[in-house]
Ligand binder design. Structure first.
Ligand SMILES: *Cc1c(COP(=O)(O)O)cnc(C)c1O
Length: 825
């Protein structure tokens, strides 16, 4: 590594303790202008971060130089969301200097933990989709793939959730309030992004018709780069996020007329584009500002991609050999007409050639089958904002429907089903259809989800393009989700099998043979108990509640959504409560049932579920007849940082979605990796987790996707289940009669209506009995500590498939085909 030496110390790139310590001191004094009298904890955090940034930047420049020199194919990951969380701990883990830095800080009498906890989460995402993008960045760097992530640098990330009187309230997430030490602005990397205006026809000298887009409104996109280190491999990629700035500067005309404030105010409107992350998970909200955000990401990224390509080539037929673009859901799919527009209007290419290049470059990942999540933009909106793109989309669709006729026969209803532009009085642009037609590969995110895509939602398309649809089962990075968040378990594993598992997670299979080793089992259990004690302290501090670390920690953490069925777990808590009230001496396995998750601010039913859980908790936790054996906790503001505390402390992982509705899930993988047993339906990646860990080591219950389908077709009546199960009836009657709401019968009526009077779309009642019975098995097993721990170890040992390294290798082998670099450290 770099060797600029001052007094025997490697300044600003050395990874030894002395240079780290000296640089922390220098940054504190010279960069932050603080001395021992004025330093705050935040300053200390910043000086450590700056010290690490020096080293990251050094390696990033070397990495990028290498990719440039080798003219490597680049992978561009386009995502509206990156749910990153904190970075300091992650950077140190990936650079393998966490212990060194802790020692350097110790020399200065500083506590690493205190400094680490100064950092605010980068919460630029809602849930699984955004977290997946963050795990992918980690794996792409670790595998040495020349990848760049592109997104938006929102001023406000996902809202901060507070719980007040049991209700969710949303507070703005001012994550940049004190600055962000991890990104570097690139004032010279800025592009104009155009909106509105009109399409104009030009006749060129050779008689061909060309189009241009004129009279547009301009916004500036400015690049902010965050380094993404691979694990211990010398590679540093980066995430490039775009911030919107006004492009015009001050409107001189208004200015001269003395309208100073007006001239300035107008500019600020442009900056709204990157102001705030839309807080909806898996639901389409057709607002113009959101469409602007999507095009803003696409336009800036595409200009950046093309600029880099052109530095090394002017032959656009080579574009797909040098560029792969992966769209995380349909949100960035305007990249398809945008690339077409560039090739047609700027490069004056003919349509067929431009189209082949576009399709060969683009790939699209579908994340959900839920119909309310599908992006369908009103044509009127697209016409107004992006008139040239709308015309390109029409032409793509015209040619596509001709093709459908040739390949699949002249079937009008099929053509109408497949059309990119919907018909009718209020026509829409169907972004998933655009993504399928304009990409060479389309993938789902777990085997079951990908199969359902081919069989149901995209069946016509699969018949048309039999080789286009593929599966890429999601994964999680073992660096953050084991090494970083559960250091004691990581050390125990490394002591036994070495540390290859960190980049080759299948190595964990070597742990299998220790499942029957009593000493190992006890160590494994001790670590789990320690993690639970830490979480118990956190719960005491934040909720003022004592929980017993020896009780089973039964955890459901994820976005609050009816299909994820937090309600079913809540009904189980009520059932346990009623059994204990009926028989206070019941020999029940003590449980602490923990929930966390945000509801979209406009999702009234999900917010009411939060209130119900808190109301149940209030009753249960304050009843001395039951609260030695049962506690219920809702932790506010679920985030990556909170997940890192909860997952290592879990005994039971709740993955209980309505079968066919959870595309994959990744929380399920994090829990199993950290030695929790799963109770779950056969949905999403649960199916594959069961295959890996073995039927005996997971609790599967409930209706399967085909059963749900059949029940819906034959007519499902929730009352049948209500009447047939006394415990279910009792729980629902209590909710209805105000038992959990101080006699208020109105409050939870919408929940009762949804379950009993409006058909229980998510089939909570249909699965209740199977769930409660399976929970009985869970409780029985937990009493047998040895057996429970054995199964927990087997979960950790056999979950290697779900490393995002495996996922990324799958993408690269089958879609991107980029080279992999390795550099000297
Ligand atoms: C992993 C993760 C998710 C996704 O959880 P699912 O259970 O798969 O829905 C959501 N939010 C955060 C903070 C996560 O870390």
């Amino acid at each position: 590594m770099s060797t600029k030496k001052t007094n025997g110390v490697n300044i600003r790139s050395g990874m030894d303790k002395d240079s780290l310590r000296e640089d922390i001191k220098l940054h504190l004094r010279h960069t932050l202008a603080k001395d021992e009298f004025s330093t705050t904890s935040w300053d200390k955090y910043r000086s450590v971060a700056l010290t690490i940034m020096d080293r990251l930047n050094d390696r990033m420049l070397k990495t990028q130089q290498h990719f440039y020199k080798t003219n490597a194919k680049r992978v561009y990951y386009l995502s509206m969301e990156y749910l990153i969380g904190r970075l300091l701990d992650n950077m140190l883990v990936n650079l393998d200097v966490r212990d060194l830095v802790a020692e350097a800080l110790d020399d200065l009498d500083l506590s690493y933990e205190e400094i680490r906890d100064q950092e605010w989460d980068a919460g630029l995402g809602n849930g699984g989709l955004g977290r997946l993008a963050a795990c992918f960045l980690d794996s792409m760097a670790t595998l040495g793939i020349p990848a760049i992530g592109h997104g938006i640098r929102y001023d406000y990330g996902i809202f901060y959730q507070k719980i007040k009187d049991g209700y969710q309230i949303e507070r703005p997430d001012l994550w940049l309030k004190y600055g962000n030490p991890w990104d570097t602005v690139r004032p010279k990397v800025q592009y104009p992004v155009e909106f509105y205006g009109n399409q104009t026809t030009l006749q060129s000298s050779n008689g061909n018709t060309h189009y241009t887009w004129e009279n547009t409104h301009r916004v500036k996109a400015v690049a902010y780069d965050t380094p993404i280190p691979g694990y211990d491999n010398g590679i540093v990629n980066y995430l490039r996020l775009w911030k919107a700035e006004s492009s015009a500067g001050i409107d001189l005309k208004s200015f001269n007329q003395g309208q100073y404030i007006d001239a300035v105010r107008d500019n600020q409107l442009e900056q709204n584009i990157s102001r705030v992350l839309y807080p909806n998970d898996k639901v389409f909200v057709g607002q113009e500002l959101r469409l602007k955000q999507e095009y803003f990401l696409v336009s800036a990224s595409m200009q950046d991609i093309i600029r880099r390509f052109k530095k090394q080539s002017s032959d656009f037929t080579k574009f797909p050999e040098k560029v792969s673009i992966q769209c995380n859901d349909t949100h960035p799919n305007l990249a398809i007409p945008e690339l077409m527009r560039y090739l047609l209007d700027e490069e004056h290419m003919d349509w067929e050639k431009a189209w082949d290049i576009t399709v060969d470059t683009m790939a699209y990942t579908n994340h959900t089958l839920l119909p309310e999540a599908l992006e369908k933009w009103p044509v009127s909106l697209v016409r107004n904002l992006l008139p040239r793109h709308l015309n390109i989309i029409y032409e793509i669709n015209r040619r596509f429907l001709d093709d459908v006729k040739i390949k699949l026969g002249d079937d009008k209803s099929r053509q109408s089903r497949m059309s990119i532009v919907g018909e009718g009085e209020h026509p829409v642009v169907h972004m998933a259809h655009l993504g399928i037609v304009g990409s060479h590969k389309v993938n789902g995110v777990a085997a079951m989800h990908s199969r359902l895509l081919k069989e149901s939602m995209f069946r016509d398309f699969d018949e048309m393009y039999p080789d286009k649809f593929t599966n890429k089962t999601n994964g999680i990075t073992p660096r953050r989700w084991l090494k970083q968040c559960n250091p004691d378990l990581s050390d125990l594993i490394s002591d036994k099998i070495g540390d290859e598992w960190i980049t080759a997670l299948d190595e964990l299979k070597k742990i299998n043979k220790f499942a029957d080793d009593k000493k190992f089992r006890n160590k494994f259990a001790e670590i789990k108990l320690e993690n639970k004690k830490h979480l118990a302290e956190y719960i005491k501090e934040h909720n003022g509640l004592d929980v017993d670390p020896e009780s089973m920690f039964d955890i459901q953490i994820k976005r609050i959504h009816e299909y994820k069925r937090q309600l079913m777990a809540a009904l189980h808590v009520i059932t346990l409560y009623n059994r204990l009230k009926e028989n206070p001496d019941l020999d029940m396995t003590p449980r602490t049932v923990i929930f966390a998750g945000k509801a979209a601010p406009g999702y009234t039913m999900a917010k009411l579920h939060i209130k119900l859980i808190n109301s149940i908790a209030e009753v249960v936790n304050n009843d001395p007849e039951v609260n030695q054996k049962l506690k219920c906790v809702f932790l506010q503001n679920y985030s990556v940082t909170l997940a890192e505390k909860l997952i290592p402390a879990a005994n039971l992982s709740e993955q209980i979605s309505t079968a066919g509705m959870e595309a994959s899930g990744t929380g399920n993988m994090k829990f199993a990796l950290n030695g929790a047993l799963t109770i779950g339906t056969l949905d999403g990646a649960n199916v594959e987790i069961k295959e890996e860990v073995g039927d005996e080591n997971i609790f599967i219950f409930g209706l399967e996707e085909e059963d749900i389908d059949q029940l819906r077709r034959e007519g499902y009546n929730p009352w049948d289940y209500y009447n047939a199960n006394e415990e279910l009836k009792q729980a629902l009657d209590q909710i209805r009669d105000g038992f959990f709401s101080n006699g208020d019968k109105e409050l939870f009526q919408p929940i009762i209506n949804a379950l009993l009077h409006e058909g229980d779309y998510f089939m909570v009642l249909a699965d209740y009995e199977a769930y409660v019975n399976k929970q009985k098995e869970v409780s029985a097993l937990f009493k047998d500590k040895d057996e429970w721990n054995r199964k927990a170890i087997l979960n950790t040992a056999n979950i290697g498939k779900f490393s995002s390294d495996r996922t990324i290798n799958d993408y690269n082998d089958e879609i991107w085909k980029a080279p992999k670099a390795s550099l000297d450290k």
